[in-house]
Write a protein that binds this ligand. Structure first.
Ligand SMILES: NC(=O)c1ccc[n+]([C@@H]2O[C@H](COP(=O)([O-])OP(=O)(O)OC[C@H]3O[C@@H](n4cnc5c(N)ncnc54)[C@H](OP(=O)(O)O)[C@@H]3O)[C@@H](O)[C@H]2O)c1
Length: 271
C-alpha cells in the first residue's frame, strides 16, 4: 500500500493546534485525508481552524485542553479513546519559550514550560503508544528544537526541555525498531509563528532574537507530512541544521566564549 493511502481516514491528534506549526500541521494532515483532533487552550481559535478545514472538505474536531494540567491531559486522551477508539498519529507540538538570563526566569514560567514541553509530551506519548500498539501501529512526532542540540544563552531551560524530548524520542525510537510504531523528533530552527510574541508576554520575557528570520510553519508542516510517509528518527528543519550537533561537539569551547556576547543584557550594570 502507498504510504499516503495508508494514512487516509486515520486519526491524528495535534497539540498546540491553535497557532503556528500546530495549526499548519493540522491543515496539512487534514488536506492529506486524515481526521484531525485539534488540541490547545484557545477554543475559539480551534473552532475557527476546524471550520476552515471542514470548508475545504476535511475533518477536524477541536478539544480545549490546558496541557499544564495532568487531569486535562488525561481527559484529552480519554476523549480520543472514547470518540475515535484511539489515535494513529500524535504530534506533540504544543510548547512555549522564554528568552533571558536563567536567573531572571520566574518559577511560574519555568513550571509551565516544564509541564507543557516535557510532562505533557511524556504523558501523551506513554498513553498513546500503548493504545497505538493495541491498534497495530502509529507514529508519534515530537516537535523539538535545534536548541536541544545546542545549549544556548537566553534559552537555558527551553533548550533543556528540548534536549529531554530529543533523548526520550531517540531512546523510544531505538526500542521500537522493527515494530509498526514510530517515534520521531523534529529539530527545528527558527520558524515564523507567534512563539516570540508568546515568549515576550511572559513575565521578564525578552525578545527572541531569531523571531523574524526562519522558515514558514507551512514548510515545517510539509516536512512532518513527509516524515509520516517515510519514518525516521530525526529530521532537521531546515536540513542544513544537521551540522549543529557536530559544531557543538567540536567548537563548544568557542561557543562558551562567544555565546555570552550574543545575549544582550537588559540590566548589564545590575549584574
Ligand atoms: N517558532 C520557532 O522558532 C520554533 C523553533 C523550534 C521549535 N519550535 C517548537 O514548535 C512548537 C510550536 O511552536 P510555534 O512556533 O508554533 O509557537 P506558537 O505559535 O506560539 O504555538 C504554540 C502552541 O502551543 C500551545 N500551548 C502553549 N501552552 C499551552 C498549554 N498550557 N496548553 C495547551 N496548549 C498550549 C498554544 O495554544 P494555546 O495558547 O491556545 O493554548 C499554541 O497553539 C513548540 O513546541 C516550539 O517549542 C518553535
Amino acid at each position: 500500500m502507498d504510504a499516503d493511502v495508508k494514512w487516509k481516514d486515520k486519526i491524528a491528534v495535534v497539540t498546540g493546534a491553535s497557532s503556528g506549526i500546530g495549526a499548519a500541521t493540522a491543515r496539512r494532515l487534514a488536506r492529506e485525508g486524515l481526521q484531525v483532533v485539534l488540541a490547545a487552550r484557545r477554543l475559539d481559535r480551534l473552532e475557527a481552524l476546524a471550520a476552515d478545514i471542514r470548508a475545504a472538505g476535511g475533518r477536524a474536531f477541536p478539544i480545549a485542553v490546558d496541557l499544564t494540567q495532568e487531569a486535562e491531559r488525561a481527559h484529552l486522551f480519554a476523549e480520543v479513546e472514547a470518540r475515535f477508539g484511539g489515535a494513529d498519529v500524535l504530534v506533540n507540538n504544543a510548547g512555549l519559550g522564554w528568552y533571558g538570563y536563567g536567573d531572571q526566569m520566574p518559577w511560574k514560567t519555568a513550571w509551565e514550560m516544564l509541564q507543557v514541553n516535557v510532562e505533557a509530551a511524556v504523558q501523551l506519548t506513554l498513553g498513546f503508544l500503548k493504545s497505538m500498539r493495541r491498534r497495530g501501529g502509529g507514529h508519534i512526532v515530537n516537535v523539538g528544537s535545534i536548541s536541544g542540540s545546542l545549549p544556548s544563552q537566553g534559552v537555558a531551560l527551553y533548550g533543556a526541555t528540548k534536549s529531554f524530548l530529543d533523548n526520550f524520542t531517540t531512546a523510544l525510537h531505538r526500542e521500537l525498531t522493527g515494530t509498526r510504531l514510530h517515534v520521531s523528533v523534529v529539530r527545528a530552527g527558527p520558524v515564523r509563528t507567534e512563539f516570540g510574541e508568546a515568549a515576550l508576554r511572559q513575565e521578564n520575557g525578552g525578545h527572541v532574537p531569531t523571531e523574524h528570520i526562519g522558515v514558514s510553519a507551512d514548510h515545517v508542516a510539509g516536512r512532518i507530512w513527509k516524515l509520516l510517509l517515510r519514518p525516521r528518527r530525526v529530521i532537521y528543519v531546515p536540513g542544513w541544521l544537521r551540522v549543529v550537533p557536530w559544531a557543538e561537539l567540536t567548537f563548544g569551547w568557542l561557543i562558551d566564549r562567544l555565546g555570552p556576547l550574543l545575549l544582550k543584557r537588559s540590566s548589564r550594570t545590575s549584574l
